[in-house]
Design a protein around this ligand. Structure first.
Ligand code: PMP
Length: 442
């Protein structure tokens, strides 16, 4: 019996023993080709020497000191590096321990900003259906994943949810992709007018939707319309790049593809490539100055924030991304991966849509390609696919369909940026075999 409280109480996963580059190896000696970086985390692959060395160096110097007493060289250097990578109006990073913490920070920072500038009546967030921003109660409140929210619904903040930009499912026959993007962006304006713009703190969205809708990019023009609406009605734009940020889409920030700058952006998973737990909430000077020159104190914090060892790992990760040209590699290899997936699955009877940006791509599965009818959400198809893929030596990230039948099961791929063409070929082969084994009986 395991004394670890595993999330899936009746499934004990294999025990990990070691890792090397694109592969993880369990204690039975089974090798798994990592096509999803865990959950889009391991952007450098496993056991990269430069990150390990930076961690060891920091452990030898000082592993931890509480931020109530000290700052540290790695946290100062990391925040400086992030400010350098960010647009010129973003110069401060609040360093935490993961994605949910980064999003909680974003929400509280946004709220405190309005309190500082004398608008405490702003108490409401607008976000999108089919989104995920973390499992803590605040982050869960602005998430649109109905299944994750359901048991906790009575405990959550009242958030208004609008449609995501989901052309494969929603674009009308008589509108162009651009017109569709504008139409769904305008749902934000409609919701603002319904709620009263001066009661709203901000709008929360993932630039590329990750776990809940599978590498869902917005149509061109969608996010610039969203930014324009936020500016017109004076609300904050809070972007969640916990999954899609830190180079995964082929730019360091996914919002760079959209030609916009958010007021707040959260990053996490790839920030230290999984070598240490860390997240960051980056904020524009306008917001930072309002707090710094107002109360002078952000009323939020965590014991392990700006953890020196985690910051050292993150700094080494960013340096490695730069030195090895890995963000450009993510763009190039992402195209190669998508091309290979199209080649392998375009004519597959159950693959309805292949989408994504950079090394953040997904297949949406459908029971019927013409009508786009999803498999029943009662089917634990995503679990079957995950375990079958592991049996075939592949790690991928399948998710279930929505209970309202508006979205199918999907398989997310988010491999390390060190991926090479031989790995891409092995991923498509193993995935094809896995789908054959799982879907033959459907
Ligand atoms: N936001 C997004 C977009 C995510 O994908 C996730 C994790 N899947 C989170 C927030 C929460 O991050 P964490 O699991 O590190 O708390």
């Amino acid at each position: 019996m395991s004394h670890v409280f595993h999330r899936h109480c009746h499934h004990l996963p294999p025990t990990i023993a070691s890792g090397n580059g694109m592969y993880l190896i369990d204690t039975q000696g089974n090798e798994y080709l990592d096509a999803c970086g865990g959950a889009a985390v391991s952007c450098l692959g496993h056991n990269h020497p430069s990150v390990l060395e930076a961690i060891h160096r920091q452990l030898d110097a000082i592993p931890y000191a509480h931020t109530g007493f000290f700052t540290s060289a790695p946290s100062e250097a990391l925040a400086e590096k992030l400010a350098e990578l960010a647009p010129s109006s973003i110069n401060h990073a609040y360093l935490v321990s993961g994605g949910s913490e980064a999003m909680e920070t974003a929400l509280k920072l946004a709220r405190q900003y309005w309190v500082e500038v004398g608008e405490p009546q702003r108490q409401h967030f607008i976000a999108r259906r089919q989104s995920y921003h973390g499992n803590t109660l605040g982050a869960l409140s602005v998430g649109g994943n109905a299944w994750r929210r359901a048991p906790f619904a009575p405990l959550l903040m009242d958030t208004s949810l609008i449609a995501p930009c989901y052309a494969y499912r929603d674009q009308g026959p008589d509108e162009t992709a651009y017109e569709y993007g504008q139409r769904v962006a305008n749902e934000l304006e409609a919701m603002l007018l319904e709620k009263g713009p001066d009661t709203v703190i901000g709008f929360v969205a993932e630039p590329v939707v990750g776990a809940t809708a599978g590498a869902l990019t917005a149509e061109a023009g969608y996010f610039s319309r969203i930014r324009a609406i936020c500016d017109q009605y004076n609300i904050l734009l809070i972007l969640d790049e916990v999954m899609c940020g830190t180079g995964r889409t082929g730019r360091f920030f996914a919002f760079e593809h959209e030609g916009i700058v958010p007021d707040i952006v959260a990053i996490a998973k790839g920030l230290a490539a999984g070598y240490q737990p860390i997240g960051a909430t980056l904020v524009t000077d306008r917001l930072y100055e309002a707090i710094a020159s107002g109360s002078g104190f952000f009323q939020h914090g965590h014991t392990f924030m700006a953890h020196p060892t985690a910051c050292a790992a993150a700094l080494a990760t960013l340096t490695t991304l730069e030195q090895e040209g890995l963000v450009d590699a993510a763009e190039k290899q992402g195209e190669a991966l998508k091309t290979a997936l199209h080649h392998q699955f375009d004519s597959h009877p159950f693959v309805g849509n292949i989408r994504g940006r950079g090394l953040f791509v997904a297949l949406e599965l459908v029971a019927d390609k013409t009508s786009k009818r999803p498999f029943s959400s009662d089917l634990a198809l995503h679990q079957t696919i995950k375990y079958t893929a592991m049996h075939n030596g592949l790690m991928c990230y399948p998710m279930g369909g929505t209970i309202d039948g508006k979205q199918g099961h999907h398989i997310l791929l988010a491999p390390p940026y060190i991926i090479e063409s031989t790995h891409i070929a092995a991923i498509t082969d193993k995935l094809a075999l896995t789908l054959e084994m799982c879907l033959l009986s459907q």
